[in-house]
Design a protein around this ligand. Sequence first.
Ligand code: GLY
Ligand code: MN
Ligand code: MN
Length: 431
Amino acid sequence: MRYLPIDNQLFVQNRQRLTALLKPKSLVVVNANDIMPTNADGTMVFRQNNDLFYLTGVDQEETRLVLFPDHPDPKFREVLFLRETSELIEIWEGHKLTKAEAEQTTGISQKQVYWTHQFEQIFGQMIFEAENVYLNTNEHTRASIVVQTQDARYIDEFRHKYPLHHLQRLAPLMHQLRAIKAPQEIALLQTAIDITDKMFRRLLTFIKPGVWEYEIEAEMMHEYLMNRSRGAAYTPIIASGANACVLHYIDNSAQCQDGDVILLDIGAEYANYNADMTRSVPVNGRFTQRQRAVYDAVLRVLNESKQMLRPGNLWDEYHREVGKIMESELIGLGLLDAHDVAKQDPDAPLYKKYFMHGTSHFLGLDVHDVGNKYRRMEPGMVFTVEPGIYIPAEKLGIRLENNVVITEAGCDDLMANIPLEADHIEDLMNT
Ligand code: GLY
Ligand code: MN
Ligand code: MN
């Protein structure tokens, strides 16, 4: 892996955290993701199943983890199955984990690491001691379930072979655990954020009238790849002028014009953890008065929103409060009329014309990370804060996005070092 080794205590502790949530006599199976095809014999870059990574640190295809903490025989309490390598695989694909390396990565004794083709033989010695079997489903509220994952195929296979076991959903437990980041996870996120910081400072000296959005993307990738990142955490949005008003603009194909603001939603990935940053900067290095007014309004909303990201607060209430702050900023900018706002339908607030997306989401191994929005905020949760104002009639879209971790006292801004104030941005663009 291009990222530096991760202390396996993180994964040992993650498995302990999961064990504490299981019913008695429970067995858990978690599978690797598939290598996804493109066309003909092409494949996408491998991306591990985040739950498997969280529990093992193994970043390799065809891996399967089985946990059975109550098994009478200690050697069956955690078992890892790996793809067995061969001379042919070594020649065509390169190195695959040995059992000793798997122990080093995961903290699971190599005596309990087997090859994938031994699965049935080992599993047969485990399954009939179990009553509950936790299998994994993608329960993200916006999950794409058009492609059947290895986890999903395994559910079919398991039900066919062992129809009388009690099936349990692993996903709610994983969401509960992954919502609270361990200190080692915060450190990995901080690395992704620090790489993003370096990249952004580089862009501030590169952006000028006439450059193309894809040239900015190339600069971004250069900095990411030079810093042990696999690249962007998500498809980057590099959107100048009116393009910034298209929320999921990813073409990045336009030439940046003098006088435009460019919106950059471009976080780095590091060790499967994700930064999620947005900045909006003037192409020529100076905001117009109007652009600056909108910019400062968005920045005030961001700063006030952060004050509400604190233990005990509820997601929906937080979003309603942010909406009110945004409402008054939009009135101040002349975009909404105070009388119209007073009469508005509370279920369809007028601010949504200019700010039509959520302010925050969980962040971690997934960019839109798993977590339950009905759970009160707790220390260790990591959120984005990303207000925006989009005015197509002015060819202007401004979004600012930072990443924060909830603490006992409120929240810490993990992006505190990344330039954000308009004056600071202008200074860096003009030095
Ligand atoms: N970059 C995706 C998001 O901000 O949610
Ligand atoms: Mn975001
Ligand atoms: Mn973003």
